[in-house]
Ligand binder design. Sequence first.
Ligand code: CA
Length: 228
Amino acid sequence: MAKTILVVEDEKDIANIIIFNLERNGFETLEANDGPTGLKLALEGAPDLILLDVMLPGIDGFEICRKVRAQSQVPIIMLTAREEETDKILGLELGADDYVTKPFSNRELIARIKANMRRFSELPAPAEEKERASGIEIAEEGAAAYKDGKLLDLSVREFDILSYLAAEPGRVVSREELMEKVWGFEYYGDLRAVDVAIRRLREKIEDEPAQPRYIITKRGLGYYFAKS
Ligand code: CA
């Protein structure tokens, strides 16, 4: 079944090009040219992924991202302008999965969409709770992580980071290595995105995110998963 992508972009020329290319690649599309319509379609249109511009009339992309994320883990890719460095970080803080920087090539956009969809489809259904041991446990086969027996509500990126670090407890992993292994070699992102993702992950898995027990910072070197 064709996947549906919601395109929220107020610049009609850009929206048209994106939609033309999405449809040529077999996707179905929903289009919104302002914030309120974008938010409504995001919540009611059941898209499989959202491409979200930042500057929009009515409600901006950050606010839409925050509101959608409060209800859904649907993949969100922010469309940001090259000069707006802080936008990328803020989008990730608010729960966006990824961003592409304008101007982007169609090939880059399609590749990023496919990567985010693939990872999302590997997430377990939230109903899959079962009895587990205390502490953090990772079930690679279902791409699920548990804390004290409860399924953790992680994004794909957060799961990937956790499982990468936890694969070798005690080994310090640099931010560059995490960026390469988790975001992928094609990614030329800002290393601060790693810190942002770690912070969000800690908020979900640590009892006291400021005093982490599981994911420890090795100052100047990177992060490691604590040995139990
Ligand atoms: Ca715009």
